[in-house]
Ligand binder design. Sequence first.
Ligand SMILES: NC(=O)c1ccc[n+]([C@@H]2O[C@H](COP(=O)([O-])OP(=O)(O)OC[C@H]3O[C@@H](n4cnc5c(N)ncnc54)[C@H](OP(=O)(O)O)[C@@H]3O)[C@@H](O)[C@H]2O)c1
Length: 284
Amino acid sequence: MPLLAITGATGFVGRAIVHQARADGYRVRAIVRNPPTMPLDAELFTGNVLDLKTLTNAFAGADAVIHLVGIIRESGDQTFDRIHRQATGNVIAAAQSAGVPRLIHMSALGVRPNARSQYHQTKWAAEEAVRQSGLAWTIFRPSLIYGPGNQSISVLEKIVRLAPVIPVLGDGRSKIQPVSVATVAKCFIAAVNQPSAVEKTYDLCGPVTFTWNELYDKLLAAQNRRKPKFHIPLSAARIMATLAEWFLPSPPFTRDQLLMIQEDNTGDSGPAVLDFNLQNEPFA
Ligand SMILES: NC(=O)c1ccc[n+]([C@@H]2O[C@H](COP(=O)([O-])OP(=O)(O)OC[C@H]3O[C@@H](n4cnc5c(N)ncnc54)[C@H](OP(=O)(O)O)[C@@H]3O)[C@@H](O)[C@H]2O)c1
């Protein structure tokens, strides 16, 4: 049975990918910093993407590496530069020295040269390193991912349920194209053994594009509620984010995220649908 070494396997997306890998008959080695709090159907290997030596041992004997580790906000020594750029350099070097030929890399929609946010900039640097690695690589760029265990949508769902008015950052008119975690997991695992996916970068997004305002409308409709929206001007949101970053251990949103939500986050899932024969689930 082929062996997949997966970084970030304990995370929201990682768990779905482990589940899909096991369903498709792969053995999985999860590289974890600490023992997971919930059971994970994988061999556990203690390692850190910031520590090259642990990774080289972790990848020994694997047929492919799936690299998922990423952060949406910085915390302590978990900076964007270290976790996206440096860690991906380590993953590439470890795969090369362990003789693993195949690398499937997690990026994000909106990643491009000269992007405004640090999240996108450092993910771009990681993508470039992957493209130049000499490995048989595939890169996926998902939009906002939803599904069981997801933090972002469940926080929004809670706000819609509990808040008397719906606070929307900015005018709420930027577009998003959320994709289900099951769809993302299917693509990652299908790509492992698909020669046509080698040296390709795929957008992964849902079949429907809508605005943040419409996302809130959908969540309200799902809960059968009607509530007014309150648009927080971006200048005020920036001050709130700055204070939250200074004083809260886990800020609800950051200045970097504010930069990203001002942009449309949409893409073309056509090539992924074609290459992986996907049935893309609608958000509703
Ligand atoms: N969620 C989305 O909507 C979305 C959209 C587009 C792209 N992405 C990308 O998808 C990837 C996974 O996202 P997610 O939502 O699943 O994130 P997540 O739930 O926060 O999971 C992150 C994973 O990375 C691991 N990790 C963090 N730092 C590490 C380190 N130094 N060494 C080893 N492992 C480390 C965490 O392990 P611990 O259990 O030890 O903390 C966890 O398993 C990220 O690259 C993210 O940028 C996500």
